[in-house]
Design a protein around this ligand. Structure first.
Ligand code: NAD
Length: 427
C-alpha cells in the first residue's frame, strides 16, 4: 500500500483513478499485458458543434465521449453537463464505469462524456438545441449495441428523451424503433424504466443498509449528512429516512444547512423544485459555513455531488463511521489512507452507486425484448442483484482482511482479466 507521502501528487480525478488502478494491479498481480490494455482508453471523441442561441447568435460548444474498454460488452456511462467537464475528467469517469459494470456482473464496458456548460445559464430551448446538436455531432460514435449514454450531473430524463429522438430521427424509418435503447434513463413514456429515476439513490441506501445489517444493527436512529441533493442525494436520503435514519445536514453547490434535530427530506425536496434544484433559502437559521460540513458529527456521510471532495484537507475532520460514495470518485487516494487509518468504512462508488447502471441495464433489456416491467418488480430485481454483489464483496473483505474498495477492484479487474485470458488479443 502506498503511504500518504507517496500519493501526495493526487491532483485530478484521472490521477486518482490511475493511482487506484495501479495500486490494485500490483495487489492482484494483474497480467502485465492486460494491465497495459486497461491503462489507456480505447477511444476519445471530442466534438465542437454550433448552436443557435435564443438571441440569434451562434455559439460553438465542446462535447466529449470517452470509451475506456468494451471487453465485457457495449460501452456504458453517463453524460454530464458541467463547467468542469473536460477530456481528463471524462477519461477518469469512463474508467470507473468499466470497473463498476464489471463488478456488477453486467455485459457492459465503460464510457463517460458530457458538455462543458453550466446549464443554469441556458433556457430550456437552448438546452434542447445543444443536446440535439451534440447527439448529431456524436453520430454513430454512440449506438444501442455500441455505446449507451445515461443521465449524470445536470442531465435527466428530458435530456435522454431529446437524445433518443434525435438519434432515431437520423435513422431510416424502418429501423428507427430498433434504436430506442441508444440511451437509458429515458422518461417512462419514451421507453424508460419504472423506477430508473430512483435506482441510483435506492442502491446507495441498500448498500448502507446491507452493511449495517451485516453488523447486526439497523438504520433506525442513525444520523446522516449528504453532499449533493440532486437525483442521487435526494433518493438515497428519502429511502434512508423511510427506514428511520435522520438527515441532519445537506450541502449543495449553493448552500450548506445543518439541524441536529433533523431535516425533513420531502420538505427540502419541495423547496428545491422551483429553484433549479438548489437548497438555498430553505431556512436561513440553519445555514452554516460550508467548510464545517465534512466535520459534522454523524454516523453516515454520503458524498453525492462531484469527485475529489474528500481530500487530505478535510479527511481528518470526518466523524462519520461509514462513508457511502454516491458520487463517482469523491475520495482521493491520499484521503483514503487517512480514513482507513481512522477505522472508517468506505462503501466504494463502484458498488455504492451501481444501482443506477443496473437499472439502466434493466431498461436496455426491456427495450430489446419489448417488455414492460412494473415498479415493484424492478425494485425487487435491483435489490436482489445488489445483495448478490454485496455478498461477494463481503466475502472478499472478510477472507482477505482488506478494505471494501480493494475488494471491489479485485473482483472487477479479475473478471476482465479472465475474459482477456480466454479470448486472447486479436490478431
Ligand atoms: P444532479 O445534477 O442531480 O445533482 C448534483 C448535486 O450536486 C446538486 O445538488 C448540486 O448542487 C450538487 N453540487 C454540485 N457541485 C457541488 C459542490 N461543489 N459542492 C456541493 N454540492 C455540489 O446529479 P446526480 O445525478 O445526483 O449525480 C451526483 C453524483 O452521483 C455524480 O458524481 C454522478 O456521477 C454520480 N452518479 C449518478 C448517477 C445517476 O444515475 N444519476 C449514477 C451513478 C453515479
Amino acid at each position: 500500500m502506498e503511504t500518504v507521502k507517496e500519493v501526495k501528487k493526487t491532483q485530478t480525478m484521472y490521477d486518482n483513478v490511475m493511482l487506484q488502478f495501479n495500486r490494485m494491479a500490483e495487489y492482484i498481480d494483474l497480467n502485465p499485458n492486460i494491465r497495459e490494455i486497461l491503462s489507456i482508453t480505447n477511444n476519445e471523441i471530442t466534438v465542437n458543434f454550433p448552436v443557435r442561441m435564443d438571441d440569434g447568435r451562434v455559439k460553438v460548444f465542446t462535447g466529449f465521449r470517452v470509451q475506456h474498454n468494451d471487453s465485457l460488452g457495449p460501452y456504458k456511462g453517463g453524460l454530464r453537463y458541467h463547467p468542469t467537464v473536460d477530456i481528463d475528467d471524462a477519461r477518469a469517469l469512463a474508467i470507473w464505469m468499466t470497473w463498476k459494470t464489471s463488478l456488477a456482473g453486467l455485459p457492459y464496458g465503460g464510457a463517460k462524456g458530457g458538455i462543458k456548460i453550466d446549464p443554469r445559464n441556458h433556457s430550456l430551448g437552448e438546452l434542447e438545441r445543444i443536446t440535439r446538436r451534440f447527439t448529431y455531432a456524436l453520430g454513430d460514435n454512440i449506438g444501442p449495441e455500441y455505446d449507451i449514454p445515461a443521465p449524470d450531473v445536470n442531465t435527466n430524463e428530458q435530456t435522454m428523451a431529446w437524445i433518443v429522438d434525435t438519434y432515431m430521427s437520423a435513422k431510416p424509418a424502418v429501423v428507427r424503433s430498433q434504436n430506442k435503447h441508444v440511451v437509458t434513463g429515458k422518461p417512462v413514456g419514451s421507453g424508460g424504466l419504472e423506477g430508473r429515476d430512483r435506482a441510483t439513490g435506492f442502491g446507495v441506501y441498500l448498500s448502507i443498509r446491507f452493511l449495517i445489517e451485516s453488523r447486526q444493527e439497523t438504520l433506525k436512529g442513525k444520523t446522516f449528512i449528504v453532499q449533493g441533493f440532486g437525483n442521487v442525494g435526494y433518493w438515497a436520503s428519502k429511502f434512508l429516512e423511510a427506514d428511520g435514519a435522520k438527515m441532519i445536514a445537506v450541502q449543495d453547490a449553493h448552500a450548506t444547512i445543518y439541524n441536529k434535530s433533523g431535516i425533513n427530506v420531502e420538505d427540502l425536496h419541495e423547496h428545491c423544485k422551483p429553484r433549479k434544484g438548489s437548497i438555498e433559502g430553505f431556512d436561513a437559521d440553519l445555514e452554516i459555513d460550508p467548510q464545517s460540513f465534512m466535520g459534522i458529527n454523524c454516523d453516515i456521510l454520503i458524498p453525492a455531488a462531484l469527485g475529489n471532495q474528500i481530500t487530505v484537507d478535510n479527511a481528518g475532520l470526518i466523524q462519520a463511521t461509514i462513508i457511502a460514495e454516491g458520487a463517482n470518485g469523491p475520495t482521493t487516494e491520499e484521503a483514503e489512507v487517512i480514513l482507513l487509518e481512522k477505522g472508517i468504512t468506505i462503501i466504494p462508488d463502484i458498488f455504492c452507486n451501481s444501482g443506477g447502471v443496473i437499472g439502466s441495464y434493466f431498461e436496455w433489456l426491456q427495450n430489446r425484448s419489448g417488455e414492460i416491467w412494473q415498479l415493484d418488480e424492478v425494485m425487487e430485481k435491483l435489490e436482489k442483484k445488489l445483495f448478490k454483489v454485496f455478498k461477494n464483496l463481503e466475502k472478499e473483505v472478510e477472507e482477505n482482511q482488506i478494505d471494501w474498495r480493494t475488494a471491489a477492484y479485485k473482483i472487477a479487474i479479475k473478471r476482465i482479466e479472465k475474459t482477456y485470458m480466454e479470448r486472447g488479443v486479436f490478431p
